[in-house]
Write a protein that binds this ligand. Sequence first.
Ligand code: TRP
Length: 326
Amino acid sequence: MRIFSGIRASGAKTLGNYSGGFRQYAAMQEQGEAFFCIVDLHSITTPFEPEELREATLDLAALLFATGLDADRSTVFVQSHVHEHPEAAWLLGSVTSFGELRRMTQFKDRSAEQDFVSAGLFTYPVLMAADILLYRTNVVPVGDDQRQHVELTRDIAERFNQRFGETFIVPEVMVPEEGARVKNLQEPERLMSTTRGAPQGVVRLIDPPDVVRKKFKSAVTDSGREVLHDPEKPGIANLIEIMSVATGESIPEIEARYDGQGYGPFKEDVGEAVVALLVPIQHRYQELRADEPQLRGLLARGAAKASETAAPTLEAMYERMGFVRP
Ligand code: TRP
């Protein structure tokens, strides 16, 4: 089974990104042949700064390895290092309609937020389809917000196969279970995100231990009787969820362990559990990030492996579409 996912290098990554993303990637590399792509070409579709793009790309690479991706097992690479991606995207543009792209929810939302709506933002999903289809991917693990893009990818694959002959595998989307959605510690009704919500409630993967402890100490619990198991209490439910992410224990186990105890000590324990999770990740991250030649070496290995897989698919696309090859 082949797995492909693309990850955007945007902002400082959070505990939410760990729970719904990095943690799943590390688990997925055990389940099949996995490709993880840092999608820098997608990053330029919304406003960006060149120097930040460069840093964010390397930061994300280091974080992917630090959270458990193994360069011997998975292929971790940067999208712009593999020229097959933008080439395939151009070709797929011919089997994608204006109407389909115009209907994409993410395009509608993002273009409403900006003065300058780039053509790249509009064709974003075609590049994403190229990412996925070049690898003859079976499964695409993504967040719920990307489901529509993967569905479009399936339509594009089917259309291409029908028009030019069987070339692509029609991929399945895989959205990790709802349980993995970490909320803002101050506003437990909203997802933990770097761009929205109270910053005090956002735990960054590179926050120093004392900052992490402080954020958990001031986490919103809910007023009323201190009962751990109560679906009406989103603050507590979120902390239990986070405890489960940090320790691997099940929710009922945690509820049983803390049954009848106060919220104060529980919040502190969750903070400590998260510190214990993050400290080794931060050590590996700093080590990798400090040695840029080594990090670039790992990415070069990934790009070579990726290109080896993508090149024959791109060649088949050109051939079947009637291009005269050099
Ligand atoms: N669009 C995805 C996101 O914003 C990132 C992405 C790009 C992706 N290419 C991909 C995800 C291919 C899965 C497969 O999260």
